[in-house]
Structures are given as structure tokens and as C-alpha cells.
Design a protein around this ligand. Sequence first.
Ligand SMILES: [Fe+2]
Length: 255
Amino acid sequence: MAGACPAVQGMTTMIDWHCHILPGLDDGATNIDQALRMAAALATAGFHTVYCTPHRMPGCYTADNDQVQQGVVRLQEQLREKEIPLLLQPGCEYCLDEFLLSSLDSPLPLGDSRLVLVEILPRISADLVRQLLYQVVQRGFIPVIAHPERCQLLEPPAQHAVGNHLFAPLKNLFSRRRDNSEAALPGASGNPLLDYLRDLGCSFQGNLGSFKGCYGRRVQVAAQTLKGLGIYDRYGSDLHAPEQAGVILAPPIFQ
Ligand SMILES: [Fe+2]
């Protein structure tokens, strides 16, 4: 998965996989001025590509594929005029709910990939998460789990934050099992749902702001723990407004 974890490889290949930069389509940027300020902050921080991922939430945020594609073209033209060196790619942030599978009849993946960004909302059951994401994979897509550190269902046992993190990436190379006994295996996270999704082939996108405490201490610890376990393969700003950039994009971006 080329470029999957680019930001740790160098400042010239940084990709923001999750950003609410398109104006007027969800609870992100409200106008073109905000979008341009967010873009400028991302470019200054070293990003060269941004996936524009407005929420797709039936009954709440309903921007369709055409609106997103057109929004990307319009904003890209504005960036060109302002000489902001940022490449925009279309996408959206799907909700993991009963509407997701029908939404994928006309999918809006991340760019030209088969990756679909999915957020797991509170109150959904672990069984439904398993069933829906299994079906997403059966349809030939790769679910990218947005900010798993914010999802209590995916919270790993706290001891992994200090005990195993130095060895987790190596252990994970040997932990690709497809049965349900991985919790006892070296490299398993200790959370059966998290291990199931990883073995299913899901990707995991961490929020940069989570590491800086933007969502509270519990989420910050969960992010550090998941990072130590080698769960993340990509990161995103999840920026919704230019005012957030000062904290989320402040150096060092990765902590
Ligand atoms: Fe988001």
C-alpha cells in the first residue's frame, strides 16, 4: 500500500487522509476563505496531498458524489490561483450504519483507490461492526477505520501502552491469523474486535489531534497505545476549521 504511512517517511511525502476542507458540504469549512486558510496551513506543515472527506450521514450530511467531485475541482482551482501547493483528492467519511452497503452501490472511495473511509459511531454493537465491515470487504473495498482511538469498542487494554510497544511492530508481522483466537497470540492487541478488523484487512487512520489531547486524555492514551501496537498505517488531520490547525498541525506533527 504505497504511501500508506507517508508522514513518518519524510516531509516531502505527507498525505492527509481525512480532512473536512470542502466548503459548505458538512460541518467542516463553511466558506472558501476558511478552506483556503486550512489549505495554506496544511501546505505550510508539509502536506502535499489532502483527501477531502466530508461526512456522508443520511438525513444529516448528504453531499453526493458529484457535489464532492465538483467541490474538489473548484477548490483545486482556487489553490492554483493562490499558489498554494496542495493536491486535492475526493473522498468521503461514511458512517458505519445500515445505509452503508447501499451507499457503496455508487461508491466514493479515497481517490482512485478501493479504500473507503468509515467512522464507527458510539452505540453500534461489536457484532454489527463485524458484520458490516465483513460485507464491505466482500464487495472488494478496503475499509479505512477513521480515528479508531476515539472508538471505545476498539480500545486496547492499557498495559500495551507501556509493556509491549517496542516489540509490537515485529510481532505484528507474525500475527496475521484468521481465526478468533488471536487474543492469545503474540502481537495481538488484546481487543478481539480490533484484531478481527486488522486480520480482515482493514486500514486504520489515526487523528493527529488525538496525540495532542484534542479529544481528551482517554483518546490521547488510546492513540499512543494503538500507535505502539503498530495499528496505524495512515494519519489524518480531521480538520474542520482553520482555527484548529494551530494545535493539530503544530510541530512536531507526530508525537
Ligand atoms: Fe472526520
